[in-house]
Structures are given as structure tokens and as C-alpha cells.
Design a binder for this molecule. Structure first.
Ligand SMILES: [Zn+2]
Length: 329
């Protein structure tokens, strides 16, 4: 595959090709985008273009180097993916990977290390990987591919140049837009007191109530004439369907909450706007994080993650929200 073959993601392909031509490729990239948005294909093409025997700044797709990379048998292009059973990338895999890319290239001009589904690195693996990012080996390009960048450590995110694939990540649902405006309002309150937390709590509870009501509307109630004996089962099914859809939509609200505080931590770490999910609200984020310590910002992110965990464990929603939000002050 050549860079010219990427019709859908022209912007990313062109940007990488321009960096190749001008010889100013970054050490590490984060390819962020949903499944099926072409992250793997672009990663393979970049690896080929860096080592193609025929073409400069692009891949021919036919030379030995290009073919080996395509087959996954090139000695200088290393791929890591989650173990099939646990869906985790473990520390041993990362150690092997970082040892391999620390060696001098065998055949290649530039070594390439690709971690697919990078969000599957567990915490130990992410920490082990961080050291390589902090001191990247020379003549090496590292690519992290993920559909869930918010699950990566902020310290990792801040060391990669982020390229967005597909539009899904940047498009917010109307509910996410509402969550975001609540957060912007909350962020503007300085100093932040208990009353602000309860105002945010009330507004989020109201939003979630509206989401539930709108989900209930889309799932029609049972007909009056359904027989009593089958009725109970059908009622249960209806309730389960509502609950499932509601949770899906609630997750988007929680995701907005989470990425906002992840961005706040990135801001405190001095990250550039390009790596932020809310780069379009940079002023608000900067104002919200002025004078905030890294430890506090990390604790706030923990608090928001705690809300998600608690809800996943079916702890009562108002209680989980209250406990989590109170930790923000
Ligand atoms: Zn080639």
C-alpha cells in the first residue's frame, strides 16, 4: 500500500508523508481513532515508506522490505498486541519489545515499533514503556494505536504526537455537549466550594434522568392484551433493554467527564493543545488548572475514574456521583 491509497484519511497520510519528506518525523505517535479507521494500515505503510528499497518517502509495496513488513516478518519492525485470552498487554511483552527496539537496526534504515490496542497495556506495562518514551532509541519510530486514548497514562499521552483517525473521537453527542458545558461552568467557579459540587451533582443527575426518560420513550410498553403468564418475562426483557441502552448513553457522559479531567492533568503536565481531547476549550482548561498541583489533578482524575468503577459495580448512581464529585474539592 502506498500513502496515495488512503482516500478516507488523506489528512493523516499527507501529514506523515510531508514529515517524511522534510525529515522531521516525531519519535512517537499516538494514532487515535475507532476500530476500522485505518490506523494499522497507515502504521504498516509508514514502516514500509521508512524502509522501502524502491521509493523515497513512500512505499512501493513490492520490494523485499515492503513485502516482509506486510507479512510481519521484517526483523526491524516490531508489533505488540494484546494476548488473546486476557486482552491485556503485559509487562513481559513490553520488556521484550523495548529490548528489541533498543538494538541497532539489522536491515532497516529506521526501526519501527507498533503497539496496537495500546489501551490494553496494564499499568505496570505502561510504566515500563514510559522509560522508552522518555529516552527513545535513535533511528526508531514508535507508534501507539488506540481507540481509547483516555485509558493511557497522561505521561504517555504527553510524549506522543497525536494524530486523529476518523471523526468519531472529536464529535460529541448532544449529551456530551451538555456535560461539557456543565464542566466548563464548574471549572469557572473559583474558589470551588461544596455548593459548586452539589450544583454539578444536581445538573448531572437531571441530565441522566432525562436520558433515562428518553430511552424509555423509545422502547414501547407492552400491549394491554399480552397474556399474564408471558407478561412477566416480557416486562423483564423490556427493562433489560432500557437498562442496556441507558448505560450505553450514560457511558458517553462519563467519558466526557473523564476526558475533561484527563485533559486537566495533561494541562498541568504542560501538554500541547494537540494532544488534548478538549483542545477546543483550551482557555477554560487553563483557567481551571491555574495553580493546580500535579498531585491534585491526578487525584481528581482518580475520583472521576472511581465514579465509573462504582457504577460498573452497580453501586447506586446518586451515591457514586456524590462520593466521586465531593473528592473534586
Ligand atoms: Zn518497497
Amino acid at each position: 500500500m502506498s500513502f496515495d491509497d488512503f482516500s478516507g484519511d488523506r489528512a493523516v497520510a499527507e501529514r506523515l508523508q510531508r514529515s517524511l519528506r522534510e525529515n522531521r518525523l516525531a519519535h512517537a505517535y499516538l494514532f487515535a481513532g475507532p476500530r476500522g479507521s485505518g490506523k494499522r494500515a497507515v502504521a504498516a505503510t509508514l514502516a514500509q515508506a521508512l524502509n522501502c528499497l524502491q521509493r523515497k518517502h513512500d512505499a512501493c509495496g513490492r520490494c523485499k522490505s515492503c513485502l516482509d513488513i506486510e507479512k510481519g516478518s521484517h526483523p526491524d519492525v516490531h508489533w505488540v498486541k494484546p494476548e488473546s485470552k486476557s486482552r491485556q498487554i503485559k509487562i513481559d511483552q513490553i520488556r521484550e519489545f523495548t529490548n528489541a527496539i533498543a538494538l541497532k537496526p539489522m536491515d532497516a534504515r529506521v526501526k519501527v515499533g507498533v503497539i496496537t490496542d495500546a489501551e490494553c497495556m496494564n499499568e505496570a506495562a505502561q510504566n515500563a514503556f514510559l522509560k522508552t518514551l522518555e529516552e527513545p532509541p535513535s533511528r526508531t519510530v514508535i507508534l501507539l494505536l488506540t481507540g481509547e486514548p483516555q485509558r493511557l497514562l497522561p505521561t504517555i499521552l504527553s510524549r506522543c504526537l497525536r494524530l486523529s483517525f476518523g471523526a468519531i473521537l472529536t464529535e460529541r453527542t448532544p449529551e456530551q455537549e451538555r456535560t461539557l458545558s456543565l464542566l466548563v461552568e464548574f471549572a469557572a467557579a473559583q474558589p470551588r466550594g461544596i455548593a459548586h459540587v452539589y450544583r454539578l451533582h444536581a445538573a448531572l443527575t437531571k441530565l441522566l434522568g432525562e436520558i433515562r426518560a428518553s430511552v424509555e420513550e423509545t422502547v414501547p410498553p407492552l400491549d394491554e392484551d399480552v397474556e399474564a403468564e408471558g407478561r412477566e418475562k416480557l416486562e423483564k426483557e423490556r427493562a433489560a433493554q432500557i437498562e442496556g441502552e441507558y448505560r450505553g448513553r450514560r457511558e458517553r457522559v462519563l467519558e466526557e467527564l473523564y476526558t475533561w479531567f484527563a485533559d486537566a492533568l495533561l494541562c498541568v503536565s504542560g501538554a500541547e493543545a494537540a494532544v488534548l481531547a478538549h483542545g477546543d476549550h483550551l482557555d477554560e482548561l487553563r483557567r481551571a488548572t491555574a495553580g493546580l498541583s500535579w498531585e491534585r489533578a491526578a487525584a481528581q482524575l482518580d475520583a472521576v475514574e472511581g465514579i465509573r468503577d462504582a457504577l460498573a459495580r452497580h453501586i447506586s448512581e446518586p451515591f457514586a456521583l456524590e462520593v466521586g464529585l465531593l473528592k473534586l474539592i
